[in-house]
Design a protein around this ligand. Structure first.
Ligand SMILES: [Zn+2]
Length: 318
């Protein structure tokens, strides 16, 4: 089924999927910045039983949801191209989902950034024949042991087969399966390795983790992310999208320009509130007690990152 307009994935479906994931992760969001088990462990465990949802978007581009970040798939004679690799524990589910999109072999993988929920499957996808393309900072972080304080986890260096071999700095144009793909690096935003991928003919834009549709985002200060960089990326996304553009978010349902605007506005308002309180000399505990996200929590705080955690992430960067 090819839909001419940006699809609306029901929020109920998304929340159902998300709450299973969050329950499996043991992610009481308070824990995100505290001790206990790292969400990385619990996300990987939950992925073993994750169900993959396949949605055909427009042209020969589809999206796979359910294992880590959203995965875009372009099919055609040059072989399947994936944007992001999901979690390795979901290999079978992802393989079946890819099989349902046709018999083309897997030939190309683009990593939207270095985070494990987008690169965990690199090694097996490479073993199936995918050449891996990414920003040079993705290679840099995957090549060495890398600590993410917000997840209380140190990722060991990846095996050689999981490393990107085709690198970009600012941008890269690819011509595959009868369409043009435009890869563009963001100034540091969610991390220092984020890139967008635009499928030009279908006008579908994968925006990596610079957009979490309907949920508060994570910001990885350990590898170059910041709230101000996240806002700049959100502005860029709004500028690039038209009312026709289908937006593949890093997390949350597939979206549209109006949802990009809502996300940007949420980031800006909360950033200003938290910054004003911090400027008055208030401690993190005092800012949390003032509940600067209260007006947004019902809509945005229902998933992995709640208002308190997001406030902490913003406070760290203003
Ligand atoms: Zn990420």
């Amino acid at each position: 089924m090819i839909s001419p307009n940006p699809p609306t994935v029901s929020r109920r479906h998304f929340l159902a999927t998300a709450s299973i994931a969050a329950a499996g992760m043991g992610l009481a969001p308070r824990r995100l910045l505290a001790e206990d088990v790292s969400p990385v462990i619990t996300i990987r465990q939950a992925a073993a039983t994750a169900k993959i949802e396949v949605t055909r978007l427009r042209g020969n581009v589809s999206v796979l949801e359910g294992s880590g970040g959203n995965i875009a798939v372009l099919t055609g004679r040059d072989g399947k191209l994936l944007v992001d690799a999901g979690i390795t524990a979901t290999r079978q589910g992802i393989s079946e989902a890819l099989g349902s999109l046709g018999a083309d072999p897997i030939r190309h993988l683009i990593n939207s950034h270095w985070h494990f929920d987008h690169t965990d499957g690199n090694e097996w996808l490479h073993s199936e024949g995918a050449e891996i393309t990414a920003h040079e900072n993705t290679l840099k972080h995957l090549s060495v042991n890398t600590r993410v304080e917000g997840w209380q986890f140190t990722f060991p260096a990846s095996p050689a087969g999981a490393l990107p071999t085709k690198l970009l700095q600012d941008e890269l144009k690819l011509r595959l399966n009868g369409t043009t793909l435009h890869l563009v690096k963001y100034p540091s935003a969610h991390t220092d390795s984020d890139i967008s991928v635009h499928f030009a003919d279908a006008d579908i834009l994968h925006v990596a983790d610079t957009f979490w549709n309907g949920v508060y985002p994570f910001i990885d200060y350990s590898t170059g992310g910041s709230i101000d960089g996240s806002i700049r990326a959100a502005e860029l996304n709004v500028e690039r999208a038209t009312d026709r553009t289908i937006i593949i978010s890093g997390h949350g349902p597939v979206g549209n320009k109006a949802q990009l605007i809502a996300f940007r506005d949420m980031l800006i308002v909360i950033r200003e509130k938290v910054a004003a309180l911090k400027k008055q000399g208030r401690s993190l505990e005092e800012v949390l007690a003032a509940k600067p996200t209260a007006d947004f929590d019902e809509k945005w705080g229902a998933w992995v990152i709640n208002g308190r955690t997001f406030t902490s992430l913003v406070y760290a960067g203003v």
